[in-house]
Design a protein around this ligand. Structure first.
Ligand SMILES: Nc1ncnc2c1ncn2[C@@H]1O[C@H](COP(=O)(O)OP(=O)(O)O)[C@@H](O)[C@H]1O
Ligand SMILES: [Mg+2]
Length: 369
């Protein structure tokens, strides 16, 4: 077994790696599954949705239920959605291949290495699915978990980055809803990173999923538990305790940033000569690693957004008189910028009623500009 750095910050956590906290959320998910209640899980990117979904599915599997994970991240077409459904449903422990392949072959569709293809002429070459064909396939595949429920068992289906469905086709949620609404014995979890799109899908009266899933949010990680988790996984070193406390506090509960800093701290503490400057050095390493990303993020912000994030980084309210005057804009303009940022949910977070930047590293980068 390779025992390397225990802090993985680049992939969703895999089975066997324990999560920090999230006991409450796992509990909510399990109860909801038992009651066949659908859940929608929304949080900014890198807050641990996929890690949580995986942990949930694993617990459900251990309890003897069927599970499957459908990744809709960045699907661009309805055919992509059909492909991802095939990938997900194949995890079901019900002679999955044959059952799925048989269903598809009825529609003239076969699963190849390059995705789904449809046979147009007998024995002719397959071609990629058109949107209407793909929609029929999606409909057909979605019915599968419902059919399994006939044996009285429970199937848990997690759909990750569910809002990306709308990129493929902004009416596809109607297709999903119409197939899954009458299913018994299936518990769905819909996770998504785009707060505004998730709201549009589930809170807009005009949309098929309106009111169809109970909301669950992922808050920042609690400091105490995070500190213990990080400290206990660091190499033994006189600086371990103090440095762990410093990076955990700096990361302010951001799950991925916590793990990123902990990762570099682990490397730093492998040097017995590391001294009390180690936490600051780790921060420099992390900022250097993120430099390109932050430059690109900055370039994508408009004038008002830049003024707002700089104000937040410096600890001011973006819609305050002081900030508005400094940038020569009206407070109402800044207020609208703030509302837009909040609706988008990727840059800011409301914590105890106070708006703050979500990413502690981006905050630090802004302060140092
Ligand atoms: N509960 C947690 N405990 C420890 N690390 C976490 C936790 N949740 C997320 N992370 C860290 O954040 C990173 C991103 O998590 P991920 O599940 O991919 O988030 P999302 O799906 O919301 O984008 C992971 O690689 C991991 O380092
Ligand atoms: Mg994810």
């Amino acid at each position: 077994m390779v025992t390397g750095n225990p802090f993985d910050y680049q992939r969703p956590l895999v089975s066997g790696v324990s999560l920090i906290d999230r006991g409450f959320e796992l509990d909510v998910l399990q109860r909801a599954a038992a009651d066949r209640v659908a859940i929608r899980l929304a949080s900014p990117r890198r807050f641990g949705k996929t890690s949580l979904l995986r942990a949930h599915l694993e617990l459900m599997r251990e309890a003897g239920h069927r599970t499957c994970y459908v990744d809709l991240d960045r699907v661009g077409t309805v055919a992509d959605v059909a492909d991802r459904l095939v990938d997900g449903l194949r995890q079901l422990p019900v002679d999955p291949q044959r059952r799925i392949e048989r269903r598809l072959s009825r529609l003239g569709v076969s699963v190849g290495t390059g995705g789904l293809t449809i046979q147009v002429a007998p024995r002719g070459p397959g071609r990629a699915l058109g949107a209407d064909e793909a929609r029929s396939v999606v409909r057909d595949l979605l019915a599968l978990p419902g059919e399994l429920g006939a044996d009285g068992g429970l199937t848990v289906v997690a759909m990750d980055e569910f809002q990306d469905l709308l990129t493929a086709d902004d009416r596809l949620d109607g297709v999903f809803r119409s197939v899954i609404q009458h299913q018994v014995g299936v518990a769905y979890v819909f996770a998504g990173s785009s707060a505004s799109l998730m709201r549009e899908l589930f809170s807009d009266r005009e949309r098929p999923f309106y009111g169809q899933a109970r909301p669950l949010e992922l808050p920042p990680l609690p400091e105490d538990e995070t500190f213990v988790y990080v400290r206990d996984r660091l190499p033994r070193h006189p600086q371990r305790e103090a440095a762990a406390a410093a990076v955990v506090q700096f990361a302010a509960g951001h799950p991925q940033r916590t793990m990123l800093l902990a990762h570099h701290l682990y490397d730093g503490l492998e040097d017995p000569a590391a001294d009390e400057t180690i936490a600051a050095a780790v921060l420099d390493v992390a900022l250097a690693e993120m430099e390109d990303v932050f430059v690109a993020m900055w370039a994508n912000l408009d004038r008002g957004e830049r003024a707002a994030v700089v104000a937040l980084a410096d600890g001011f309210s973006p819609a305050s008189r002081r900030v508005a005057e400094e940038h020569g804009t009206a407070r109402s303009t800044m207020q609208r910028v703030v509302e837009r940022l909040e609706a988008d949910g990727q840059l800011v977070l409301r914590d105890d009623g106070r708006l703050r930047l979500l990413d502690p590293l981006f905050t630090e980068w802004l302060r140092r500009r």
